[in-house]
Design a protein around this ligand. Sequence first.
Ligand code: NAD
Length: 486
Amino acid sequence: MAINWTEAQIEQVVASVLKTLGSASGEENRSDWDATQYHGRTFIGVFEDMNDAIDAATAGYKAIRAMSLEEREKVISAIRKLCREEAPIMAKLGVAETKMGRVEHKTAKHILVADKTPGTADIVAQVKTGDYGLTLTEMAPFGVVGSITPSTNPSETVLCNSIGMVAAGNGVVFNPHPNAIATSNYAVDLVNRASASAGGPAVLVASVRKPTLDTAQIMYQHPNIKLLVCTGGPGVVKSVLSSGKKAIGAGAGNPPVIVDDTADVKKAGKDIIDGCSFDNNLPCIAEKEVFAFRNIADELIASMKQNGAYMITHEQADELAKIVLVESKNPKTGIVKKIVSRECVGRDAKVLLGKIGVTVGDEVRCIICETEFEHPFVQNELMMPILPIVRVDNIDQAIELAVKAEHGCRHTAHMHSKNIDNLTRFARAVETTIFVKNAPSYAGIGFGGEGHTTFTIAGPTGEGLTSARSFTRYRRCVLSESFRII
Ligand code: NAD
């Protein structure tokens, strides 16, 4: 299962598949797709009314319950196969619809989902035997799961959730992000096509044509929905956790990186730019701000520049901050807050630089700048290839500032160091779900790192990197009298 792709291998795979599809540009004609169809093929499992979608997912759940584990695994294999084959289509569609991210990276993310999302093998039973007999604990499905998915990894999250939730025996209904509805519903349709091809129900998972906060509310209140899973920003995670139902919340982060003076600084510079620029910084785990020891900061910046980073001045950073962060007034409280401009999230570094009058070529994949700790680039989760660097004097200051910048999200943090004490101190202090040492951030979700993948990292509710077993409830069966063989 281990994937250790090099950049060259990824490019080769993507180029060959895009060639078969006849386009390598990432362009998609807007008239060829919408929330219900792709090039004239009507999506299966997409409903006008959320109540109908929930009914369909309930029927899907009943069908899964009637299937053996082997049959369920066949459906999952078919989902993996289509996910791999159609990865470039979803990648192109995702970029075209959301205007965010990069086709080659989105393609790689779908292949990662296909290859490293755990299936039914993740579901294991526990047995306890003793004087009184045998007790069996099994991981049972919840029933129908209501899943809210983001715009940043739209089809990746739908597919990853579907594999895990179906492996656990659940039905699923999605309320996808409205800005990524065609891409998300493409993935819903893919799961249903895979199901039908492998002997499963025609509608295994469901979604709606026009997801809104109202359709999410129907989901929250419907008696058939037994578990809510939310992948998104703080607002939506809070809303599911206030629903009164069992909920899994995968929320925002602001991953800091510390580079100390024992690190392989050259490699650290490359790793950080590779991670930070991956899919234009959309992954919630991606490097968002760097705390570099003063005595290696110049060398680190030089390595970043050699690896596709473009350095802007403090004045240019302030000018860019006024464009990428905009004021938003809460209609209820009247409080004005800075939020990220949706026009800038996930855009190419070249496009963002163009907004301050700097023209660069495609070789620039990340913007770097030196700032103070208080700078909005450090304090806000931008989800753009913009990386502020703060110089620090020592490990105490680095840890103190990095922990503050993470804002208690307990999501992800990174460190480049060969000093075990420093690594251990930061990991303990920051208490994140994911902590990556000496690698690009994506190693934390199994891309060039050991372990399974997920696009739903549940820090707030504690499931961590979710997998099939996260979507189960434990049930116990006690067999009295001896049933031991010893
Ligand atoms: P978002 O928060 O804008 O929206 C997520 C979904 O929630 C959308 O479907 C949206 O319409 C819906 N929504 C928003 N408010 C709602 C409410 N009050 N009730 C019901 N539904 C509501 O997400 P986005 O901008 O696409 O994603 C980016 C955010 O998600 C970032 O903060 C990122 O860190 C986080 N994220 C986290 C993970 C993780 O695994 N922890 C993964 C991906 C993204």
